[in-house]
Design a protein around this ligand. Sequence first.
Ligand SMILES: Cc1ncc(COP(=O)(O)O)c(C=O)c1O
Length: 383
Amino acid sequence: MSSLVWVELDADSPDHNLREIRRSNDFQGLHCAVVKSNAYGHGVREMVSLLTGADWLAVNSLDEGLELRVAGERRPVLLLGHVPLNRLDEARRADLRLIICNFETLQAIRELPVSDKKFFLHMKVETGTWRQGILPDDAVLMAREIAETQAAVLDGIYTHFANIEDTLSHQYAEMQLETFQGVLDVLRQEGLTPPIIHTACTAAAILFSKTHFSMIRTGIGLYGLWPSRETKLSAESTGCRMPDLRPVLSWKTKIVQIKKVTAGSYIGYGGTHRTTRDSEIAVLPVGYADGYRRSLGNTGWVLIAGRRASILGRVCMNLCMVDVTDIQGTNLEDEVVLLGRSGSEEITAEMLGQWMGTINYEVVTGISSLLPRKVMKGAEGVY
Ligand SMILES: Cc1ncc(COP(=O)(O)O)c(C=O)c1O
């Protein structure tokens, strides 16, 4: 590995996490791995090859779905985002399953030339998240119209919880589930129930077996991260088996310069840090262009040989500086851990999130897709 900034993925953790999520509530059905946005920043090609236990995959855009097919992925792939009406046929040709939540998309499907391939549609029901989703009152009409459309099959129905991660009170999720159940009841009476029903993201899958239906649709837990502290606390109090989630990703770089700085020097753009003693600083070739956010300036720290080194001054686009005055024997090109373990120290995605003023999801998803991903078995690189 000759790169100066890279991401390491632990080869065994994704499937381990998948098994742990299933075990927490004895789930036996289909497991859809949400690998959108470059598998939450982990590297989509690597993650789908490591997630051998996933039955389905979900991504956001048509282009992400096509990329999986080009990579040779044969599992069912669900596109969670809107597919442009003039590209619907590309999705059908690539056997990508679509969500449907508006009548315009169904009309566009009806207007396409007949083909021996059908559109496999998953109707998304609005139950209180107020983003994509068809209103419950329109869902039955939509299901009837899909049933009358030769080119389409209602393959699934689903919804997404708005407030299940950030809270210890799950009344809102209960209300959403009730609304969804109401739609299911009407569909059942009309004989329109599709084969696949899914609502559960990671928090729901771990906390409530009644959200499981026939498929769960988990993202963050597969990457070994808890959706939130509240989810962990809720899990501890619900009596589910606590899943042992193992972070998949480490993020590393190397020192590219070490220099002595006299007391009273201003470090970096804007002179936002002034040294109070004669210091030694290490320059790191990572910055906000890599997803190492500017808000880490004068706030975060990194790990070098199991010791903490604080970030001095602002994080630049491609560089930042850390204080190594108290770390003996640092050398050019020594390894630096931005996220992950070093000796007995660890920087977690949650810690980085706190320093950046965001959540673990955004920390890992923000890691630049341009950085190489390296799959590891223990300390050894596999590929
Ligand atoms: C529609 C949908 N389903 C499932 C997920 C997975 O959620 P989580 O990562 O919390 O498991 C997401 C994530 O954003 C989503 O948008």
